[in-house]
Structure formats: structure tokens, C-alpha cells
Design a protein around this ligand. Structure first.
Ligand SMILES: [Zn+2]
Length: 259
């Protein structure tokens, strides 16, 4: 069986295979994460079009008997040139691509396709400071795609609504209000805070997570975040995503050098 098909896709990764060919990994709404071969020498016009983080209309030719898919054409709709020009934006995009590839879009192709494209569109037009907050929102939303986003409305112990500063405990896989945390840590000299996987989150950091969870993307973008809150959220969210991906993301190791 042979057939031609067309889809809208985002280029996640390009890898050289042999002398003239490239194996390209894409994300599309219908197919999720998939690969196709780009044939052609250095003069092939497709080589520059099929580059990481380009988004557009992709034409494929699939030979089921040979179990191979090749790229026949690619019309770029978004180049995202800003991502190439800024080191931090470039890291954001490569982190997004690696996360999507290693988690196979979390099995949520449509949600993942929308989130990854919105993230790349967003960081393209944002300042570097805004990008650092956009990454926090992206990780929190991606945890939802993976089915690993902890519920942030109430305390896991007393079920009271969280409207003040709180703690996250990986042992409980949830948030604990200040009152329950003080009960739990009494009598324990080291307290809970010494445990790995235990994080303090300020009132506004908790509110930030709730906003991203329950409000629209546009509303969430307008919530300001203090530097101290973003640093708390950074440690907390990078812990969660590292745990979720079993510390397999190379880009997460690299991020430390860009702080
Ligand atoms: Zn409580």
C-alpha cells in the first residue's frame, strides 16, 4: 500500500542519516509524534525549509510495504526566527521538543499539539523575562497532559481550599496547607522541609498555579509574578517534570547553565 497524505506539523528534531538524508521528527494533531525521511543532497530546497521549530503544511508519501515515510514537500507557515537568535528561547524550544518526543506527546496528541505550538508562538514574541515565566506555565500544563498535575485547589489532608502559602509534598503527591504542615512537622526536629520533594510555595505562587489551571491562557498570561515566586515555582516545577520524565531530559541538565 502506498499513499500520499498531507498534515499540519511542527518540526521537533532533524538528524542526519547517511551522507545526504535526514530523519525528521514531527508533531501533528492527528499523528502525534512521528518521523519521516528527507531525501536529497545539499542543493535540495527542502533542507532549509524542514528545520527545527518550523511549522507548516507537510506532504508525505508512505510505503506501507517498506514501512517508510518520506517527505515530499513542506510549506512553512511559521519560521519562528526569534528562537534561533536568542540562547534562552532556543533552550525553551529544545526543551519543549525533547519533552514532547520522550513522552510521545503524553498520548494526548491534540492537546500536546496545541500547547507546544502556542508555547513556541508565545516565546517567539516575548521578552526573555516573559519566556522564563512562560516555561513555568508550559511545564504546569504539560504535567496535565501527562496526567501528573497535582490538584492545587485544596489541601490533601484537610481538604480546605488553598488561599494562602502552602507546601507541596511529593510523598502525598499534593499540596498541604500551612496548618496541616505545622501539625505534621511538630515533634520532628528536622521538620518536613528538609525532605527532598517538599517545597514551600508563597501565596502568590499558589495563586499563579491556580490561575494557569482554571483560567484561560490569555487571562493567565496577565498574572504578574514576583522574582521570588518565580524562583520557588522554578524549583518546584523542574522537580516535578524531572521526576515525571525519570531525569532523562538532557535539556534539563543544560538549563542550569542558562540561569
Ligand atoms: Zn490542610
Amino acid at each position: 500500500m502506498e499513499r500520499n497524505s498531507k498534515t499540519q506539523a511542527l518540526v521537533l528534531h532533524v538528524k542526519q542519516i547517511g551522507e545526504n538524508n535526514r530523519l525528521v521528527t514531527f508533531l501533528s494533531c492527528e499523528k502525534g509524534v512521528f518521523s519521516a525521511v528527507l531525501y536529497g543532497g545539499p542543493k535540495s530546497k527542502l533542507r532549509s525549509l524542514v528545520s527545527p521549530y518550523h511549522f507548516g503544511n507537510l506532504w508525505l508519501y508512505t510505503d506501507k510495504a517498506k514501512n517508510s515515510t518520506k517527505i515530499t514537500d513542506f510549506e512553512v507557515l511559521k519560521y519562528h526566527p526569534e528562537i534561533r537568535e536568542n540562547l534562552y528561547k532556543n533552550w525553551c524550544a529544545s526543551f519543549c521538543a525533547e519533552l514532547v518526543m520522550k513522552t510521545e506527546a503524553g498520548g494526548e496528541n491534540e492537546k500536546c499539539f496545541r500547547l507546544a505550538n502556542a508555547f513556541l508562538d508565545g516565546i517567539s514574541v516575548s521578552s526573555e523575562d516573559e519566556c522564563r515565566i512562560a516555561v513555568l506555565r508550559f511545564i504546569w500544563r504539560y504535567l496535565d497532559i501527562l496526567g501528573l498535575q497535582p490538584e492545587c485547589k485544596c489541601c490533601v489532608h484537610c481538604e480546605e481550599g488553598l488561599d494562602k502559602s502552602a507546601f507541596y509534598s511529593s510523598v502525598d503527591d499534593g499540596f498541604i496547607c500551612e496548618d496541616c504542615a505545622s501539625i505534621n512537622s511538630s515533634g520532628n526536629e528536622n521538620g518536613l522541609i528538609s525532605n527532598a520533594g517538599f517545597f514551600h510555595l508563597s501565596e502568590s505562587a499558589v495563586a499563579f498555579l491556580q490561575t494557569v489551571t482554571y483560567l484561560s491562557a490569555k487571562e493567565a498570561r496577565n498574572v504578574p509574578l514576583k522574582y521570588s515566586d518565580s524562583s520557588e515555582l522554578h524549583d518546584f516545577l523542574f522537580f516535578l517534570i524531572n521526576t515525571a520524565t525519570e531525569h532523562k531530559l538532557k535539556t534539563l541538565l543544560l538549563e542550569q547553565t542558562l540561569l
